[in-house]
Design a protein around this ligand. Structure first.
Ligand code: PMP
Length: 439
């Protein structure tokens, strides 16, 4: 398996034409020791085949959207049918109403929705709408939560939890970073300190209600309640970025997840969506209460548009994907397989003395190389990137495809089987064994 000459060659070729050889930096192998990423040529169900004809069991799920497995026939058929009827109209269609209704039914805090083309766009627009509604400019967000690559959310914490942010990318003006305050996740006291200082200027508190971007991290009991209460006390809106979490753990969002109680007290004003709701085609969506959403053009003064928004192919794929997820027991089965996997990983890691902290939430989990809990970004950063890189390469060489990042979750899909789990656990056992003996 370690043999991937065609990927090597294609990577060299890609480097000549595509910056860094990849169309998203997360796909590069920079964080796992560099070299050629694997060029895949075909995917079906839980499996990938690379250009060298190696087979892989996939737990990347394209960073989340592919929850039904690759090329699910129900979704593929829906896309083909949509394509045959024309891929882009620039007019309204009935399909958009159907998906909007499905989202509203599953996520009751959304009275009105709008479709866009990516999670980045969805989040970016929720911020504009919150600013239009509150007539304030500042945003509070949480360290390590990723909200796409727009200016306002690519801002890192300043020197303390209640200081203004600093740009997290070149090309972002300091003046924009100064509109953002970043505080630690799961820390209501820091949020309160930031609001005490800046509250009258804050348009919104934005959060991944269950974190998917520095591992899978649950909010501590009461954290989201405190967040919503504090935001309201200071007249700020609450924005949930559910781009990863919606339809991930159950048919619904974090706002309706049984793992979080008190749903009325954790209801957001605006929600950003993406990934799963497009069934593997480009999509984003945002929604919220009628009053807040009526800020959006053509009804209100906040402008947002999109040539590709609501295109029949993406919407059809999204509807078909949600239909698959409505199937009896699909989430329980992903949970069962993820549980088998995490139990096996924990036991092999323990056997070879490799520290591993697993956070499992239903059919998704993270595995950080450390021996302390991971409840916030500092704890996630304080994990062994080199150990992860070694594990990642041992797994890849045995045909297991993971995200090349120590923070990224493993995603089960409706296509994984017990046989996939058995093969993965055998590979993981071997990986931990090599790591334990320093190879
Ligand atoms: N929000 C969250 C929570 C995400 O995980 C991501 C993507 N990983 C985004 C927003 C951005 O979505 P997209 O890549 O579709 O722009």
């Amino acid at each position: 398996h370690a043999h991937r000459p065609h990927s090597e060659r294609l990577y060299q070729e890609a480097l000549q034409h595509i910056v860094g050889g990849v169309n998203s930096p997360s796909r590069s192998f920079k964080a796992v020791g560099g070299g050629a990423p694997v060029f895949m040529k075909k995917a079906s169900g839980a499996h990938f085949w690379d250009v060298d004809d190696n087979r892989y069991i996939d737990y990347l799920a394209a960073y989340g959207p592919i929850i039904t497995g690759h090329a699910h026939p129900h979704i593929t058929e829906a896309i083909a049918k949509a394509a045959a009827n024309g891929t882009l109209y620039g007019t309204p269609t009935t399909l958009e109403i159907q998906l909007a209704k499905m989202l509203k039914e599953a996520i009751p805090s959304m009275d009105k929705v709008r479709f866009v083309n990516s999670g980045t766009e969805a989040v970016m627009t929720t911020i504009r709408v919150a600013r239009a509604y509150t007539k304030r400019n500042k945003i509070i967000k949480f360290a390590g939560c990723y909200h796409g690559h727009s200016d306002l959310v690519l801002v890192a914490a300043g020197s303390g939890p209640s200081t203004l942010g600093i740009p997290d990318s070149a090309g972002i003006p300091t003046s924009i970073a100064h509109e953002v305050i970043t505080v630690p996740f799961n820390d209501a006291d820091s949020l309160k300190a930031a609001l005490d200082k800046w509250g009258s200027e804050v348009a919104a508190v934005m959060v991944e209600p269950i974190v998917g971007n520095f591992g899978m991290v649950m909010p501590k009991p009461g954290f989201l309640e405190d967040l919503c209460r504090l935001a309201r006390e200071y007249g700020a809106l609450v924005i949930y970025d559910e781009v990863i979490t919606a339809f991930r753990f159950h048919y619904g969002s974090a706002q309706t997840f049984a793992g979080l109680s008190n749903h009325e007290a954790i209801k957001p004003d605006l929600t950003a969506l993406g990934k799963i709701i497009g069934g593997g085609l480009p999509i984003g969506a945002y929604g919220g209460s009628k009053e807040v959403m009526e800020q959006v053009a053509p009804l209100g003064p906040a402008y947002q548009a999109g040539t590709m928004a609501g295109n029949p192919a993406s919407i059809s794929a999204g509807i078909a994907c949600l239909e698959v997820l409505q199937g009896e027991g699909v989430y329980d089965e992903m949970n069962r397989l993820a549980t088998r996997l995490t139990e096996g990983l924990a036991s092999s890691a323990a056997q070879y003395g490799v520290p591993l902290t697993i956070n499992q939430i239903r059919g998704s989990f993270s595995a950080h190389f450390c021996n302390h809990p991971v409840t916030n970004y500092d704890e996630a950063q304080d994990t062994d990137g080199e150990a992860f890189a070694a594990f990642f390469r041992h797994m890849l060489d045995q045909g297991i495809n993971l995200a090349p990042s120590k923070y990224e979750a493993w995603f089960l899909t409706t296509a994984h089987t017990d046989e996939d789990i058995d093969l993965t656990l055998t590979a993981a056992h071997e990986a931990f064994k090599r790591m334990g003996s320093g190879k």
